[in-house]
Structures are given as C-alpha cells and as structure tokens.
Design a protein around this ligand. Structure first.
Ligand code: NAD
Ligand code: GLY
Length: 360
C-alpha cells in the first residue's frame, strides 16, 4: 500500500492506495468512527464491490443505499434519497457516509455528508480511475442543476480516501482511458517528469499492470495534493487543475453530454490549449504535438467532430462561470509542466487554436 497525505490543518487526511484495500477490515475500522455507517453506491458498482465492503464493517452499524447509475442521477433528488436514508437510520452527527463508486457517487455522497446535520464524517472509496486520481481528493462535492453541472455544492473534505486499484480491473476500457486524460493533465500543468514517465510506461498503463497502476495513481494524487494544499478553496492556483476543461466543458455542453466522456472532452481541450499557448509564443513549438501523440497512444480523441462549429465553442465558453468581467480566463502553458492563467487572449486567437483541432 502507498499513502499520500493531504495536509490541510485540522482537515488533513490520508489517501491510501493499493490493491484489495476495500476487502481489508483494518483499513475500514481505522476510518469509519464509532457511529452508524451508510455506504452509498450505484447499481453498477454495488453488485461488484458492496458485499466486500459490508463484510468488513460492523453488521449492527452498517447500512447501504444503492442509487441508479449515471451522471443524470447526480441530482437534488438523489441527494434527498441519501438524506432520507440517514434520517430513517436515525443517524447522528457521529455517523459516517462511505461513497463507493466513481466521481458521480463521490460528489453526491460527499454533498450529502457535507449537508446532513451540517457535516458528518465521509470516506471516499473511488472505483474509477478518474475518481481515484482526481474527484475523490480535494473536497469538492455537489450535484447538478437543470441549468448547469455542479451548480449546487460544498467543500467538504473526506476523513480518508481508500483507492483500491484492483477495482480498476472491471472498469470499461473507454472509462479507463478517459481517466488517463486527467493523469496526463498533471504532467502538463506541473510535473514534466511525470509526463515523461507516462510516455515511457504507455504500454504497461494500457495493460493496467498492477504495479504501474499503483505508481500512476500515487503520482497523480501527489500532484493533486500539492495543488489542493496550496489553495483548498480555489481562490488562485487550484484553477490550474482546469487545464483543458474550459474547452472540454464547451464540447460536453454542445453535445449534450452524449458524445464525449468528460476525460475525452478534456483530452481535446488540452490540445487546443497547448496549440493556443504555442500560437501566442508562450510555449516552445512541439509540445502540443507531443501531447497529441501521447493522448492518441491511449486512444483518446484530440480533434472535435466536424459538425461542431468553432464559434459555438467560443460562445459556450463565454458563459463559463470561471470567466471574470467578460474576459475568457484560460489555463495555458509556458512550458511542459508549467501552467498559468491567461486573461488576455482575443477571440480571434482562441478561434484559430480551436479551428486547428477540428476534424477535417
Ligand atoms: P462515473 O461515476 O459515472 O463512473 C463511470 C462509470 O463507471 C459508471 O457507469 C460507473 O457506475 C462505472 N463504474 C465505476 N466504478 C466501476 C468499476 N470499478 N467497475 C466497473 N464499472 C465501474 O464517472 P467518473 O468518470 O468516475 O466521474 C465523473 C464525475 O466526477 C462527474 O460528475 C464529475 O463532475 C465528477 N468530478 C468531480 C471532481 C471533484 O473534484 N469533485 C473532479 C472530477 C470529476
Ligand atoms: N477537479 C478540479 C478540482 O478538484 O479542483
């Protein structure tokens, strides 16, 4: 097992990473506290892993709730179901909520834990690559609103993250590859050595080699930990984690979340942002090609569908909540492993970079 500390003063916690962690009672008993326990999962993950978790927990204190699978269920009504369950269990402030699943269950369970009785103990048990390397760490929780993704939410740090890398074995190939985009993101924004490592281990990563998975998740979490420790509430540097995301969100919105997985849209967005950085003379030529080539090795898209209009991407980005005073706020690169926030791009410059990544 490997451990990464998230140093946040009184809200500090550990991310434990290893194969079969979920099946080991000592890992659970060390973090669930002495109150009632509610394990929240979904219809896809529960048949695979819920019984293994329940077998490790005290029978007289553990309950479970299985929600339908999918981003469309990351809603206030699912949040209400979790809170109703906690009420009917007669859970007190010493209760613990365990989120067993991908980022959807993690965000939803985390938001219920943040709001029930103004905050209860919360353990993240992420089972997708994206959730292990990103969503489970850093305390962002929330649900979607009809008018936007993650519009309702709270910062609520978990007490522990148990990232069982063996659960990644059952993940669909497309979901696994989408998670790799977020791994590559850490290399691009702050860790050039990690980017080299990813390039050099592409074969083992694709094959989900257990030791390689462990190293990949640990290095990703170390990167995220450093960013979150510096800026827990995203007042400045945490925004660098959004590299590729402004373009990615626009692509997801324009295709109604039906065409691209989040990581796929981010992969295209990262290439657009790298091309823009090069066009503006901030980044040495060649980095965008290198990024594109590593993403392609993992079967990730690097150009968006020709049916999507470049101007529509710009329009969707103009509505992004991360913009300030009508100016596009973009994460760009001044080197591989060196991201910065740019607020000076003209619409024409951005359009040029977007156009260069449209399918021919
Ligand atoms: P997801 O939770 O929908 O999981 C993807 C699919 O894989 C689902 O069908 C799920 O049931 C299934 N699955 C999960 N674990 C599995 C396993 N081990 N084996 C087989 N199938 C499994 O999606 P995701 O990509 O994990 O997360 C996306 C969500 O995370 C979005 O809602 C996004 O907003 C959120 N997110 C949050 C943060 C944050 O900081 N809080 C960061 C990034 C993303
Ligand atoms: N996934 C972006 C963040 O945690 O800030």
């Amino acid at each position: 097992m490997q451990t990464v500390e998230i140093p946040l003063g009184q809200r500090s916690y550990r991310v434990d990473i290893g194969a079969k962690l979920l099946e080991s009672p000592e890992h659970w008993l060390d973090c669930v506290g002495g109150g009632l326990i509610l394990v929240v999962s979904n219809e896809r993950v529960a048949p695979l892993y819920l019984h293994r978790v329940l077998d490790c927990l005290p029978k007289d204190r553990a309950h479970s709730l299985i929600l339908p699978d999918g981003e469309q269920h990351k809603t206030v009504s699912s949040w209400r179901r979790i809170v109703n369950e906690l009420v009917s269990m007669k859970a007190n402030r010493d209760a613990c909520l365990i989120a067993l699943g991908g980022g959807v269950i993690g965000d939803l369970g985390g938001f219920a834990a943040a709001t029930y009785m103004r905050g209860i103990r919360f353990v993240q048990a992420p089972t997708t690559l994206l959730a292990q390397v990103d969503a489970s760490v850093g305390g962002k929780t929330g649900v979607n609103h009809a008018h936007g993704k993650n519009l309702i939410g709270a910062f609520h740090q978990p007490t522990r993250v148990l990232a069982d890398t063996a659960t990644l074995d059952t993940l669909e190939d497309r979901e696994y590859r989408a998670g790799i985009a977020e791994v590559i993101k850490y290399g691009m924004i702050r860790d050039a050595d990690f980017f080299d490592w990813i390039e050099n281990h592409a074969g083992a990563i694709s094959q989900r080699d257990p030791q390689t998975l462990l190293t990949m998740v640990r290095q990703s979490v170390e990167n995220k930990a450093a960013v979150v420790a510096e800026d827990e509430l995203e007042t400045h540097t945490r925004a660098l984690l959004n590299y590729g995301h402004s373009f990615g969100h626009a692509l997801e919105t324009l295709t109604r979340y039906e065409h691209y997985l989040h990581g796929e849209a981010v992969a295209i967005g990262m290439v657009i942002a790298a091309r823009l950085s090069e066009q503006r003379g901030r980044l040495a030529p060649g980095v965008a090609d290198r990024l594109q080539s590593v993403l392609n090795r993992f079967g990730l898209p690097t150009r968006f569908h020709e049916a999507i209009k470049p101007n529509a991407i710009l329009d969707a980005m103009t509505l992004d909540k991360k913009n300030v005073s009508g100016k596009l706020r973009l994460v760009l690169l001044r080197g591989l492993g060196e991201a910065y926030i740019d607020q000076d791009c003209s619409r024409e410059q951005v359009l040029e970079a977007v156009r260069s990544c449209r399918e021919a």
